[in-house]
Design a protein around this ligand. Structure first.
Ligand code: PLP
Length: 483
């Protein structure tokens, strides 16, 4: 080959050298974070500062420092004091499967472009469908994220339930879905993309404990119907993202059946609970769903993004996108489960099935039980600690590994307390020892913790609470709180 640059790019020797260096660096990173040799869970820099750094690095940085610098200047999900967003500390073996996916680059749109990952995807999704409690008619496929999976599920629902051929004719009438006011925002977004508009998103209020109030479903359904909206689906959250509270899937399923609606379960976070002997009760009624979304990158230790969309009746998987792409897909009268692109929104996607399969092969499905059970146990433990602490209030007793709580101070107004808790969270972020997040619930500003690391313990929770108490007293002392 004439071009030296391209020769360098594809040099196996260069790859090997860099690869060994990287594995060594990542191993050190893991040891450092998991074992808390490094103090911080996040190396916080503001966006402008970070932007400046990387602009400069592109010009002046040493290429040998590239991987290490990326790794250091970011958020450490493997640190036991990372208790923020719902992203799992990826099982290290899946970093290796990730490498296979990137290098082999089998796009999987058609079987020939990914034979092993396509067959493996069937194996993995069949296991999940069986765990949900469905029979051999069920099928699943993997897709890029819970957001896209929820949209795909609602498109399948629309095709399956409505007589109209909306795919070809467009929307000719008002259609709608029912969903809890606490559902993930992506359901709202999916509905808007589908042209349902504001009026087609029928929000169901929640009970005191942030669960969809199923006692008002009939009344709201009747009203929507009188208003001329044809409802075709209802979405249950398992659990809702902000609070970690599970909807009553049994009651929603029964309602859906009575009105011939599609019942979709957004189990992006908690769907993995089907593997937990102790906590699968949180998903009671999931077998009655028509479709379920589960994010592997949340509660199953897989890397972002690895999502399963499962359908009780596999026939609908192929019907959703009836779009001609004849150059890719040959019409077939049998079920060609192996041509992934027929069923997914994506054409090309990554070989995400191999992460799931490697976990099953190396550790067995009990590894998912161990992970979910451990984290939900810790959520309950932290919830209990908050309840027994005079300076904190919990938003709702946790059902999973998500805990919303706030610092409280006698004599302070809601505005002052909101301001105080927002400042606490900002201080924590900038200081970086712990990484936690925040949310607004019914006008109150809450601190929010998601326990994602199996090595986070009671001792860490105690340290966090102690730290917040000191921080709060300092903020109050400085009178930085708005009056
Ligand atoms: C995280 C989450 C989503 C979005 O999933 P992504 O994989 O981040 O796109 C949707 N619904 C719920 C309930 C979630 O927790």
């Amino acid at each position: 080959m004439q071009n030296n640059l391209l020769q360098k790019v594809y040099s196996p020797k260069f790859f090997q050298e860099k690869g060994h260096q990287l594995i060594n660096e990542l191993t050190a990173h893991l040891d450092d974070k998991l074992n808390e040799k490094s103090e911080k869970a996040i190396h916080w820099n503001g966006p402008e500062e970070e932007l400046k750094f990387w602009k400069d690095f592109l010009k002046n940085g040493d290429e040998n420092d590239l991987f290490k610098t990326i790794t250091e200047r970011t958020t450490y999900v493997h640190h036991p004091k990372y208790i923020g967003h719902q992203v799992s500390p990826a099982a290290p073996i899946t970093a290796l499967t990730g490498m296979i996916s990137s290098l082999l680059n089998n796009g999987m749109a058609v079987y020939e472009m990914g034979m092993s990952p396509s067959a493996i995807e069937r194996v993995v999704t069949d296991i999940i469908c069986e765990k949900i409690g469905w029979d051999s008619e069920a099928r699943g496929f993997l897709t890029s994220g819970g957001t896209l999976a929820n949209l795909t599920a609602l498109l399948a629902a629309r095709k399956a339930i409505l007589k109209d051929d909306i795919w070809n004719d467009g929307l000719q009438k008002s259609i709608g879905i029912m969903v809890s006011e606490e559902a993930h925002y992506c359901v709202d977004r999916a509905a808007r993309i589908m042209g349902l508009g504001e009026k087609g998103i029928i929000k169901i209020p929640c009970t005191e404990s942030f669960q969809m109030d199923t006692s008002v479903l009939e009344e709201i359904y009747r009203k929507a119907t009188v208003d001329g909206i044809t409802i075709f689906a209802i979405v249950g959250s398992a659990p809702s993202t902000a609070t970690g509270i599970f909807d009553d899937l049994e009651a929603i399923g029964e309602f859906a059946q009575n009105h011939s609606l599609w019942f979709h379960v957004d189990g992006a976070h908690g769907g993995a609970g089907i593997f937990s002997q102790k906590y699968k009760h949180t998903l009671k009624g999931i077998g009655g769903a028509d479709s379920v979304v589960i994010d592997g990158h949340k509660m199953m230790m897989l890397p972002t993004i690895t999502t399963a969309l499962l359908l009780k009746n596999g026939v609908y998987a192929n019907a959703t996108f009836r779009q001609k792409a004849d150059y890719l897909l040959t019409e077939s009268d049998h079920e060609d489960w192996y041509n992934s692109g027929k069923r997914t929104f994506e054409c090309t996607k990554t070989m995400m099935s191999i992460h799931w399969f490697a976990m099953l092969k190396l550790y067995g499905e009990e590894v998912f039980d161990a992970y979910v059970t451990q984290l939900y146990d810790r959520g309950a433990e932290f919830g209990g600690m908050i309840e027994n602490h005079p300076s904190f209030l919990v938003a709702v007793k946790p059902m999973a590994n998500i805990v919303c709580f706030r610092y409280t101070q006698p004599g302070f107004s809601q505005t002052q307390l909101n301001d105080l808790n927002a400042k606490i969270r900002q201080n924590l972020l900038e200081e970086g020892e712990f990484y936690i997040v925040q949310t607004k619930l019914r006008g109150w500003h809450y601190l929010r913790v998601t326990v994602m690391n199996p090595f986070t313990t009671k001792h860490h929770f105690q340290k966090l609470l102690d730290k917040i108490v000191i921080m709060a007293q300092q903020l109050i002392g400085k009178e930085t709180i708005t009056y």
